[in-house]
Write a new protein. Structure first.
Lengths: 186, 186
């Protein structure tokens, strides 16, 4: 890795932490520079603006992060379980995605978000055509429900209950319930 | 309504709009004062701080708002449909709840959020004891899944797809799919 690439990687990691904690409006570029031990001007040279830095983080952590979870349209219950596992291990992913929804709404400047979804929807439609389970729903509806169930307990979820209410359920019990719920859905 | 009550009501409405758009950190008390045609100092007299003003808005719009949707533990599919309808008509509710999750995490200063959930969970447990459907899941899991499915398409949902992907489905089709999905779940 060249020295410039190493600096970029440090900036992206520091930016991911900063944006996950404070969101886009709340993030401070000088805090990112300090954490990354990089010159603040260099951040603008590499990424142009705070918004474009956020897009780069979103792309790396959310779109490619969630895409690294193998999608198995013929085994959606286990896919939901794996998404749950991934988000347990990477709590910043759903925080970043949620800030994006609140602050940038529908913007998908790189188009990768759309592509990632469309690839999955096509694969799902192909399985449904072969009489696979879940044919009561359109591919879009089915994928939306599977992801929503997988993240039902995510702390950023608007409807998630205070942990004081839910703390009685272990992580394993939650994962089992998620897999079972998607099985029922199909 | 006294003049003071009328001013308070105007402040709460202006604050709801401001917080829904910008979140807690991003909200500006002078913008709220201007929109409400109220003196900025009066906001501090009535609500002490921006954070406590947010709590009052959350209480009024989210906790009591969602609680105004009749909870029918013996007919969860229709309950999910009604939650969907309510959030279509009041898009600010889930935005406010989501900002709360991101910026104040688990804080529930008034305790009403916890109470609202616990009342529903008790009613659900009672129906399950009588052999009602959905007994494969704990009341907490079941309520989490029902709410997540009801909000699967909500634009603030971290996993919701760009509208360019989902715009082919009408509001009616979405509602039908939600009711059907909860039926499958049970």
């Amino acid at each position: 890795m060249s020295r410039a690439d190493a600096t970029k990687a440090r900036i992206l990691q520091a930016a991911a932490d900063e944006f996950a904690t404070y969101g886009i409006a709340g993030a401070r570029v000088d805090r990112i520079a300090k954490t990354a031990a990089a010159n603040k001007n260099l951040i603008y040279v590499y990424f142009c603006s705070k918004e474009q830095l956020f897009d780069a983080v979103l792309d790396a952590h959310v779109t490619h992060g969630l895409d690294s979870v193998p999608f198995t349209p013929d085994d959606l219950p286990e896919y939901a379980g794996r998404i749950f596992d991934y988000c347990q291990q990477h709590p910043e992913v759903i925080r970043l995605a949620t800030w994006h929804r609140l602050e940038r709404a529908d913007q998908d400047p790189t188009g990768t978000l759309r592509t990632a979804h469309e690839t999955k929807l096509k694969a799902l439609a192909a399985v449904q055509k072969q009489g696979g389970p879940g044919s009561d729903f359109s591919p879009t509806a089915l994928l939306s429900f599977v992801l929503s169930i997988a993240l039902a307990w995510n702390p950023t979820n608007a409807t998630s209950m205070p942990t004081s209410v839910t703390e009685t359920e272990s992580t394993d019990a939650r994962r089992r319930a998620i897999v079972e719920a998607v099985r029922h859905l199909l």
